[in-house]
Design a protein around this ligand. Structure first.
Ligand code: PMV
Length: 313
């Protein structure tokens, strides 16, 4: 018997970095997915096959001794296999670019938790989410859980450290053009640079947190009205705050300029220092936005919000 599940990637629309200091952020799931197929196999081993490589190990290994980006799958399979006299083969197929802030690892954890656990019993979305967050902690121990949550439930949500997650009920119809700088970044080290910026000037950082909070509040109102032009202005404002805290660079600024000229607004999404930016578009300027990036040889594609979240087959 095979068990199959798929989960979407994600984009942080507003509030990255400031969210670390208690400000509300807004995230959405995107229609790029990871699909995981799990199957019981003979022998007490875990075999993982993916387009970034393979991993095959006996069960019962210490997670700290595994040095592979596929270790969340091993963690999940080993945990779920306890007291079962079998092995598992896991096959991962992804259309989410890896390691550029689009939620590929969270989507792996969510789809992996669902496909593997459902080989043995019917599990609820809540149980799957909690397993997925545990698995994600094997690669990023301070995860807020926000990414796995949006990959599980889909749609748009707001999140802050004090109050957790709230799904936003409106279903905006915009397109996001994602452009990839193809510059590797480490979320942990960019977060650390922002901490240094804050420690250097606490007053400045605290007033930036205040204006970012106000911006996110305004955005929550604008999302209800689906006013894309005004939303675009907020995207540009948010980018200015991200520039101020130092997470941008020459290449990202060039990409943002292209996005802002062609669409309603563009900003970095995620940690910055590399990774991706998004440009906010609708049917009227989608093609021209994509063409502008492609003309300058940028890797880009468009996505819409995914309202489905985790899917199991
Ligand atoms: O690079 P990403 O998409 O994983 O985003 C990191 C978001 C930060 O706000 C910079 C860090 C965090 O833990 O929220």
């Amino acid at each position: 018997m095979k068990s199959k599940a798929s989960a979407p990637g994600k984009v942080i629309l507003f509030g990255e970095h400031f969210v670390v200091y208690g400000v509300k952020a807004i995230l959405c799931a995107i229609n790029k997915r990871i699909t995981v197929t799990a199957e019981k196999i003979e022998g007490e081993k875990i075999s993982i096959k993916s387009n970034i490589g393979n991993l095959e190990l006996e069960t019962g290994k210490l997670i700290s001794e595994i040095n592979s980006p596929l270790k969340p799958f091993y963690y999940l399979a080993d945990k779920i296999l306890k007291n079962e006299n079998t092995g598992i083969e896991i096959i991962v197929k992804s259309d989410i670019p890896l390691g550029v802030g689009l939620g590929s690892s969270s989507a792996c954890c969510v789809a992996g938790a669902a496909a593997i656990s459902r080989l043995f019993k019917k599990t609820s979305k809540e149980e799957i989410l909690s397993l997925a967050i545990e698995a994600e902690k094997t690669i990023f121990k301070n995860t807020s859980g926000a990414d796995c949550t949006v990959c599980t439930y889909g749609g748009i949500m707001d999140y802050d450290k004090g109050n957790g997650f709230h799904k936003i009920e409106s279903e905006p119809n915009f397109h996001l053009v994602i452009a990839n700088s193809n510059m590797e970044h480490s979320t942990e080290s960019v977060v650390d640079d922002v901490r240094k910026f804050k420690e250097n000037d606490e007053n400045r950082f605290s007033s930036l947190c205040e204006i970012e909070s106000k911006l996110v509040k305004d955005v929550l109102g604008l999302l209800k009205g689906n006013d894309i032009k005004k939303l675009g202005i907020k995207v540009k404002e948010n980018q200015e705050y991200l520039e101020t805290i130092g997470i941008s660079n020459t290449k990202l600024r060039e990409m943002i300029q292209i996005g802002q000229n062609a669409s309603f607004g563009a900003k970095i999404t995620g940690a910055g220092g590399g990774g991706c930016i998004y440009a906010l578009a609708d049917e009227s300027n989608l093609k021209q936005t994509i063409n502008q990036f492609k003309d300058k040889n940028y890797d880009c594609f468009s996505v819409k919000i995914d309202f489905k979240g985790l899917d199991t087959f």
